[in-house]
Design a protein around this ligand. Structure first.
Ligand code: FAD
Length: 550
């Protein structure tokens, strides 16, 4: 009321002065009139005195002004709406009338401690309305100082935040629940933003991070996925396509064995909650990576595979040695049978049919020839056939790695250093896996045997693959005594051996190698320019139509 009154007085004074200037009084100097005119202008430009009062009165928050002991001197309309008390019911009462008496004492002590130091305080209190219902009051109290710096009043502004608080608590509880579920999950889980930064992870992820001594597993996962998926990974990322059960592996560092994982990824969209995105709906995308470790399973699978291969190779070697032994026996028998055949021919031409002795000799020779030929046929029939094998598309690096795994133990025993240099990308070739495996094993076994007999203290085996224009090169190089130049072609002949006549070596190994190479329309040679051991150079064509039939 007082404010309204003062406002109407100022309006009256302003109007009176304007009328005074408009009347252009003769006895007043122009200078004095200009001063009065300026006064009216500045008066009109001033905010009306009741504006502040109305602004506070109509404010959408509950506002109260108290004396220094928190006795209420003024409360606005919204104070009534929030608390249920009419203005007349609160004037002269202490603000404590709003207390539900459940706010911890320490909160009030802090509140008073701060406002008595003439600093504003903000916090949340449990208040009770006139009807007894409780609400959460988000309250700010600001001390009001006089010209001498003494606190004369407190200004309290509060609003009911019960609903907001309940919603924010619900969101918080849900977040905590999700975090607990993700944490309890037995698979590695991490949520990455578009830059690859981890926004959320679980215990399994943290365990892996611990094993990797500070290296970020997410980075390793992304790099390994990039490697496995190649250009597809960029496509998946750009088009936000999910991927499932991709097998990846990476080195955990610290000299540990590579670890293998089955990794899936799903893109998740979320609304951007930054200030920039307040009016413009912006989406943020996250990649949810889920991985389960399969290192133990892979090792087990590898062991089973290696054992199966060992058994297969042992069987093949047995068949091979039987073929060698029987071929050797046939070769040995062929000589005498040829002699008997020649002698029979001679006797047939010279024989005197009438002479009983001559007839008996011829008959004996014929008998011996028949027996010899029968024995040869029997032996030839006994030579085991190599098992039929269908050609398939093969990765030669993989075959060599398998053979290396089979021979690693032998090489370690002999202190042979393996230098394995596979081509990073090797085109696939069509071939017969078992035969190629046996062939490479024969060459590597030969190299190991050669180095065992050699005198060089350094024993090293280099195995290298290379992709050329339309062929694939494999180098197998040992640091053994090498093969003398004169024998370099002979060693591929059947029954030729440089390993002495112990009878153990039939000299069929390299002839088998040559046979497999021929079947694959390839070539093999011993590098004549290599003098520090023996270097075999094998070439296999990349064409798919080259395989010779059995
Ligand atoms: P009290 O015995 O009144 O106070 C508890 C503790 O507060 C005391 O131990 C003491 O440390 C401190 N204290 C209280 N009064 C004073 C004082 N005058 N000087 C120094 N320290 C003091 N409380 C609410 O519960 N809800 C509100 O909405 C609310 N609004 C307020 C608005 C303003 C502008 C101000 C200044 C205070 C407000 N208060 C409010 C605080 C209120 O005045 C009481 O302090 C509080 O409600 C506790 O009251 P009580 O009767 O339980 O305990």
């Amino acid at each position: 009321m007082a404010e309204q009154h003062s406002s109407s007085i100022s309006n009256t004074v302003t109007r009176a002065l304007e009328a005074f200037i408009a009347s252009s009084p003769k006895n007043v100097s122009a200078e004095a009139l200009s001063v009065v005119s300026d006064l009216v202008k500045s008066y009109k430009s001033m905010l009306p005195p009741n504006l502040f009062f109305e602004a506070v009165e109509q404010s959408p928050v509950a506002i109260s002004i108290t004396d220094p002991a928190a006795n209420i001197l003024y409360a606005n309309q919204n104070f009534h709406r929030v608390t249920g008390y009419s203005v007349s019911e609160v004037i002269g009462k202490n603000e404590s009338m709003l207390s539900n008496k459940t706010t911890p004492r320490i909160v009030y002590e802090t509140l008073w401690g701060r406002i008595r130091q003439q600093k504003p305080w903000s916090g949340t209190l449990v208040n009770r309305r006139k009807d007894g219902t409780r609400y959460l009051a988000e309250l700010t109290i600001s001390p009001v100082l006089d010209a001498k710096g003494r606190t004369t009043h407190y200004l309290g502004i509060h609003r009911d935040v019960t609903e907001v608080n309940s919603l924010s608590k619900q969101v918080n509880y849900q977040k905590k629940l999700i975090e607990s579920v993700v944490d309890a999950s037995p698979v590695i889980t991490a949520l990455l933003d578009e830059t690859g930064k981890v926004m959320l992870d679980n215990m399994e992820y943290k365990k892996l991070a611990g094993d990797m001594r500070g290296r970020e597993p997410a980075k390793e996962f992304l790099a390994a996925l990039q490697e496995v998926l190649g250009d597809d990974f960029a496509g998946l990322r750009d088009r936000k396509l999910n991927f499932h059960q991709r097998e990846i592996s990476f080195d955990p560092g610290g000299g540990g064995q590579p670890r293998c994982f089955n990794c899936s990824g799903s893109w998740i969209e979320s609304m951007d909650d930054s200030a920039d995105a307040f009016f413009e709906m912006k989406k943020t995308r996250y990649l949810l990576l889920v991985a389960s470790e399969i290192t133990a399973l892979k090792r087990q699978q590898h062991d089973v595979q290696m054992n199966a291969m060992r058994a297969l190779m042992a069987e093949e070697e047995l068949v091979q040695s039987m073929r060698e032994a029987l071929s050797g026996a046939i070769y040995q028998l062929q000589g005498p049978v040829n002699l008997i055949s020649a002698a029979t021919n001679m006797q047939e031409r010279r024989a005197d049919i009438e002479n009983p002795e001559s007839r008996a000799l011829l008959s004996a020779l014929r008998e011996a020839l028949r027996a010899g030929q029968t024995a040869l046929l029997t032996l030839q029939a006994c030579v085991p056939e190599s098992s039929p094998e269908t050609p398939e598309i093969l990765n030669i690096n993989l075959i060599l790695r398998e053979v290396l795994s089979l021979t690693t133990e032998r090489m370690l025993q002999q202190g042979i250093v393996i230098d394995w240099q596979p081509a990073m990308t090797l085109p696939m070739v069509a071939g017969r896996a078992k035969r190629l495996r046996s062939m490479f094993k024969q060459l590597i076994d030969n190299a190991i045997d050669a180095m065992a007999t050699g005198k060089s203290p350094v024993k090293s085996l280099l195995i290298k693959t290379q992709a050329m224009d339309n062929e694939l090169d494999v180098t197998i190089q040992d640091s053994g005594p090498g093969i003398p130049e004169a024998l370099r072609n002979k060693v591929f002949e059947p029954f030729f051996t440089t390993k002495g006549s112990s009878g153990k070596q039939a000299g069929m190994g390299l002839s088998m190698v040559q046979e497999v190479i021929n079947q694959h329309a390839g070539s093999i040679r011993i590098d004549p320019n290599y003098n520090s051991g023996c270097r075999f150079e094998i070439r296999l064509p990349l064409s798919k139509t080259f395989i010779n039939e059995d």
